[in-house]
Design a protein around this ligand. Structure first.
Ligand code: ADP
Length: 396
């Protein structure tokens, strides 16, 4: 069985074709500049090719993806009919979806209702699903896997904001949480690596990439997470500010004469590591600049590590203890600097961190604590695409 996994943005479309017999990636790629030109980068095996093609909409991009997969000397399927199902990443499932589900007209209507909660993401996801429906036969099932659904288990006292209750009822303002597919994957994988049932584990998963979030996973269920109503909340990120006093928003509006939209832009795109360092949103550049003595790059890293450490303490308390901490995402998997900055000083919690092992680990599964450490620390590269493909297979 071959499953196509789609992660669409407003002007982009990432894809992977996965062979479910051995869970291998047959081909993958990225269509960019949809609506403003068009560029596809396609990889099959060792071979990668890029070409410019006009993509007025996602439909043309899908048609090109299918063509790349099924024609030419590096085709990985002989006919589109070999694709058994399509799994879509959908960012916001609101309170409707606590699990992945088959896509129906009724679901698409509900997702449209949720557009105000994820104005940058959900309309793009819906557009991609509709485009996909045009390209594939109606008999090819399509499945939605939501970033938010893993967090639907968070208890009400943890997901509510202390604003007038009517605003929750009227506008559904609450914590939703994101990166759920990644937190779910790494916590399940951890249980395999520790050879302990997930039901018996208290885990803190740290997904650290351009966007970052931590989740408290108790007995396999998310009980709290750092992102909130939107992916702006929580720890500081590449260009996002993370948690701040909401009064700052009004203060900036007034003092800088900015509209609320402009402040929204500032907090999402010009803050975080980029805003603090003034030079970069990228972890590698930040570490390099810090090593060269750039004080603001160093400050950004200190803020990053302190913020993550603080949430680890909070979630250990929230769960009544922690058995393991997992690092994932581009930074979590690769940056030994961030991991040591977070784990140094956690001895009181029971973390006996292996600093020598830590510096050797980049992008591979590994335990980073010494034998006998009460709390274990792991690196587990995330695999959201495989999780989407597995959910899709299970549903069809
Ligand atoms: P996204 O949230 O866009 O999926 P990623 O999970 O790919 O992002 O993470 C991107 C971040 O990972 C960037 O800050 C990048 O610098 C960092 N990163 C990637 N590779 C490395 C590496 N080898 N060492 C340190 N940081 C890395």
């Amino acid at each position: 069985m071959k499953i196509l996994v789609i992660n669409a943005g407003s002007s982009s479309l990432k894809y992977q074709l996965i062979n479910m017999e051995d869970e291998s990636v047959l081909a993958k790629g990225l269509c960019e500049r949809i609506g403003i030109g068009g560029l596809i980068k396609h990889t099959a095996g060792e071979h990668t090719a890029s070409c410019e093609i006009d993509f007025p909409t996602h439909a043309e991009a899908f048609a090109e993806v299918v063509k790349q997969l099924s024609t030419g000397e590096r085709a990985v399927i002989s006919d589109v009919g070999e694709i058994s199902a399509v799994g879509h990443r959908v960012v916001q499932g609101g309170e409707y979806f606590s699990e992945s589900a088959l896509i129906t007209e009724d679901m698409l209507k509900k997702l449209e209702e949720l557009n105000p909660l994820a104005p940058l993401h959900n309309p793009a996801n819906i557009m991609a699903i509709r485009a996909c429906q045009k390209i594939f036969d109606q008999s090819v099932p399509q499945v939605a896997v939501f970033d938010t659904s893993f967090h639907q288990s968070i208890p009400k006292h943890a997901y509510m904001y202390a604003i007038p209750y009517e605003l929750y009822e009227k506008h559904h303002i609450r914590k939703y949480g994101f990166h759920g597919t990644s937190h779910r994957y790494v916590s399940a994988r951890l249980s395999e690596m520790m050879e302990k049932p997930l039901e018996e584990l208290n885990v803190i998963t740290c997904h650290l990439g351009n966007g970052s979030s931590l989740t408290a996973v108790k007995g396999g269920k998310s009980v709290d997470t750092t992102m909130g109503f939107t992916p702006l909340d929580g720890v500081i990120m590449g260009t996002r500010c993370g948690s701040i006093d909401p009064s700052v928003v009004m203060f900036i509006e007034e003092k800088e004469g900015l509209t609320s939209q402009a402040v929204n832009d500032l907090l999402n795109k010009k803050s975080g590591y980029a805003g603090i360092s003034g030079i970069t949103s990228d972890q590698r550049d930040l570490v390099a600049a810090s090593k060269e003595g750039n004080a603001r790059a160093k400050l950004a890293l200190n803020m990053q590590q302190y913020g993550i450490k603080k949430f680890i303490g909070a979630y250990a308390a929230a769960m009544g203890g922690v058995d393991a901490i997992v690092f994932t995402g581009g930074i979590g998997e690769n940056s030994s600097e961030t991991r040591i900055g977070v784990c140094r000083g956690l001895q009181f919690l029971g973390v006996d961190f292996d600093e020598a092992k830590n510096v050797e680990i980049h992008g591979t599964e590994a335990e980073l604590t010494k034998p006998g450490s009460k709390v274990k620390v792991f690196v587990i590269p995330t695999n959201e695409e495989l999780t989407i493909a597995k959910d899709t297979k299970a549903l069809i």
